[in-house]
Write a protein that binds this ligand. Structure first.
Ligand SMILES: [Zn+2]
Length: 377
């Protein structure tokens, strides 16, 4: 059940392509800016030259001239030395080499001030032309790993997301994420009038839930709340969970979406060691930053599956990884269908979001009541 080598190579090729596209995109933006702003190219060239001067001074102060030459020619791009400003900063922050003289330090300071002045000038030129400050920079899809897939020799979150995306690629659920997002959320689908039994209308209630959900996404991290979304069929549970999942994927989190049925199959395979190793679906699901279990209650449910569900929920709580469960079941039905352990864990450590709307009969009735009230006023 693990990813095969060709699959991993496929991911690596995608990273190569993302980086190549990012460079091409940057080249395009540079050309655009150069054609719009006279003097920008010269400023940029001078910054690049001085950055290289400075880096060379830092790196090769006590190496031989031959080393410096070799290193300088290694990192060139069509005759121009490629050194990013971030690299230059790092080099600049490095401790001075022992035996450094005051003269070199003074030169370095002068160089630094000159670079800063030029960078300021560049910002002003860009702003003057109405371009963003990062117009000339590479725009990484994932700034954490700069689209390399690795941070300090470990897989970046975006790489784990790519792995689980590939692993679960055939899932129809994934296709939905493109359309099911907060922008497409139809609040008008929820009744704006309220019946006498309710304290707020379905639409007001849904507005509160949407506000909460967007705040949840905005502040998401390890130990964010677990969510239990309750509601009858057609109240938008799945849509809402897709909105949250999609927005978190967008933010670079590793998200796995499974129907309850799929999850229970994965848990059973793992328990019976039918999945062979830990590289498979079980690991992706358990180690994801956010796990969505869609439609709890539709699975084949027995004592064994209950205990597997408990250990899944428990393990994710223990490791601070949030989970979202959506279900048609009411709290009472959850109590009837699952063991006390499962129920108390879910109710005790999940935030419950209850979605509701009036069905068309009730909607009609509510509207008629409202009409009558208005006529009487
Ligand atoms: Zn990354």
């Amino acid at each position: 059940m693990s990813l095969t080598n060709p699959q991993v190579e496929k991911i690596m090729r995608e990273y190569d392509k993302i980086r190549a596209d990012a460079w091409a995109d940057r080249e395009r933006r540079i050309k655009e800016a150069y054609s719009l702003i006279p003097g920008l190219k010269e400023t940029e060239q001078e910054i690049a030259d001085l950055l290289f001067e400075r880096a060379k001074g830092r790196l090769f102060r006590d190496s031989s001239e031959a080393d410096a030459q070799r290193a300088a020619s290694a990192g060139t791009d069509g005759g121009r030395v490629v050194i990013s400003e971030a690299d230059a900063e790092r080099i600049d922050d490095a401790k001075p080499v022992a035996g450094e003289t005051a003269g070199i330090l003074r030169d370095a300071d002068a160089l630094k001030l000159r670079i800063q002045a030029l960078q300021r000038r560049r910002r002003e030129l860009l702003a003057g032309a109405g371009l963003p400050p990062d117009q000339l920079d590479i725009r990484y899809r994932c700034p954490i790993c700069r689209d390399t897939g690795y941070v300090d020799g470990r897989k970046c979150r975006c790489f784990r997301q790519a792995e689980s995306d590939l692993f679960f690629a055939e899932q129809p659920i994934r296709a939905k994420l493109k359309t099911d997002n907060f922008e497409n959320f139809r609040l008008d689908f929820y009744e704006s009038a309220k019946s006498d039994e309710d304290t707020e209308s379905p639409r007001e209630h849904m507005e509160d839930i949407l506000d909460y959900s967007e705040g949840y996404v905005g502040t998401f991290g390890m130990n964010s709340e677990n969510l239990l979304i309750l509601g009858a069929t057609g109240t938008g549970k799945t849509f809402l969970s897709h909105c949250i999942a999609g927005a978190l994927i967008e933010k670079g989190f590793a998200v796995v979406l499974l129907s309850a049925d799929e999850l229970f199959r994965i848990l059973a395979d793992h328990a019976l060691r039918r999945d062979g190793d830990d590289e498979g679906a079980y690991r992706f699901a358990m180690e994801s930053d956010f796990l969505v279990i869609d439609d709890l209650g539709t699975e084949v449910n027995n004592t064994m599956s209950n205990s597997q569900l408990f250990s899944c929920i428990e393990k994710r709580i223990q490791t601070g990884r949030p989970t979202l469960i959506s279900t048609n079941l009411s709290l009472k039905e959850i109590r009837d269908n699952y063991t006390d352990r499962v129920v108390s864990r879910i109710i005790g450590s999940y935030r419950i979001l209850k979605l509701f709307n009036y069905d068309s009969d009730i909607r009609l009735k509510v509207r008629q009541e409202r009409q009558r009230r208005e006529e009487n006023e």
